[in-house]
Write a protein that binds this ligand. Sequence first.
Ligand code: ATP
Ligand code: MG
Ligand code: MG
Length: 550
Amino acid sequence: TEKEKLNFIEQMIEKDLAEGKNDGRLHTRFPPEPNGYLHIGHAKSICLNFGLAEKYNGLCNLRFDDTNPEKEETEYVESIKEDIKWLGFDWGDREYYASDYFDQLYDYAVKLIKDGKAYIDDQPAELISEQRGTPNEPGKESPYRNRPVEESLEIFEDMKAGKYDEGTHVLRAKIDMTSPVMQMRDPVIYRIKKMAHHRTGDKWCIYPTYDFAHGQSDSIEGITHSLCTLEFAAHRPLYNWFIENLGIFPSEQTEFARLNLGYTIVSKRKLRELVEGGHVDGWDDPRMPTISGIRRRGYTPESIRSFADKIGVAKRNGISDVALLEFSVREDLNKKANRVLGVLDPVKLIITNYPEGQTEELDAVNNPEDESAGKRKIPFSREVYIERGDFMEDPQKKFFRMGPDREVRLKYAYIVKCTGFKKNDAGEIEEIYAEYDPATKSGQDNTGKKVKGTLGWVDANAGIETEVRLYDRLFMTEDLNKIEDDFKNHLNPDSLQVMKNAVAEPSVKDMKPGEQFQFERMGYFIIDKGSTGDKPIINRTVTLRDNWAK
Ligand code: ATP
Ligand code: MG
Ligand code: MG
């Protein structure tokens, strides 16, 4: 029997289900605010919420938490849906918007006022926050705290009708100005914002705060387990207070540690700053930790889900290693990606004893991990490109690739022996010369000859020109939560390297944007979404091995 270890949320759910709580229902939700593109941190929350629903035969709602009209846009709603689908999750017809509950939330607020549990405060925001005090001393009650219910009701209606300017009045819950939990000190639950909303247009000029909208939205949807990140632990008493005092379905909030990733920013606000400041090429720049960015980079849905699995769910904040994310995508692509020959920084190798004008087709294995991927033919002739770094004029002992008088195998082809080279005026190697041994053809070699190095190569005539983009970490500092200066000071100036002269075997020409492969020995790559055939643009997803070993 397989006995897997349950995380603390699964333990809680199994206990609730076993006790028949909520009639044995499990219902979660993923509640993004449509104010930016989703990032890898959201992916963790998506995998958690949708994953639990799958595992326990429950449901998971997609709810746009769109109660703040300021930064929200329909563009973001669309991208969020696309990203969740791409990750492989399906909300069916359970697509909800907190803004659909504005009428209901307004009625809840009226009920609290009528019950003497909410009041209109006429004081400015700064004064209200000053009076809230500090955790160690009680706050000061507002002079409006005990104003008559009728007066609060009337003002609230007039606020809704647009009769007051922004900042003149707020609605506050009447809870406890001495509570050690700051959120309970008469929190603001409605404010005036004369701003159009991406869905409700100009219907409203008062909007509920996050705290007044979130728990009630959970409750309206019958959410049983409302999972959120640890920052919201302090809001839980308030979450429960609203539910109790409104007498509505008791959804329960549970907090888990947010995903923090080394060398990575996971905050929509900061990611937007990178986009708007032109530090990256849009939300889907392949260096961005957005789901659209990592998708364009070549990360697969399976690799993200497996990463989310591996990091698990914790009760304490920590920082996850990017190496684990990279491992997950290598593991997935190793099984799926066909091998292709390519050269990023080419130098010409001329095989002087190979007949001029002759071409032959060699057999190459598409994927040694997957026999069903089959074989292909690759052209070979007298002139090929090899990687500049695969040749040393004066090779060190441990260098097993090409150097004067050395023998190496050209993958799928022959053993060649270097006979010389030519430099240009600038002192750079321009051409390398070699002789091949016709008896050493791969698959038919009975010579018993052994060589230590095997090189990738691309036929100089048949190969195609490409532009290969190599990506490195966007930031130079691992724990960006610990810095005190502007996070943009920590950007890695070398996060993008463009190999404009890269060449690839001809099969790459037929690949479509989004197609993925391994350039043998160099890593996993993907045809960029903006690539147009003539000179394919190729993104490196990840190197073959972790180059960051300390
Ligand atoms: P950001 O600060 O990036 O805007 P957010 O929490 O404000 O993040 P929301 O759109 O409100 O963004 O988040 C939707 C859901 O995703 C929430 O339930 C939130 O807790 C969760 N979430 C956001 N960031 C992370 C993270 N880094 N790790 C895990 N879950 C996250
Ligand atoms: Mg939020
Ligand atoms: Mg936010």
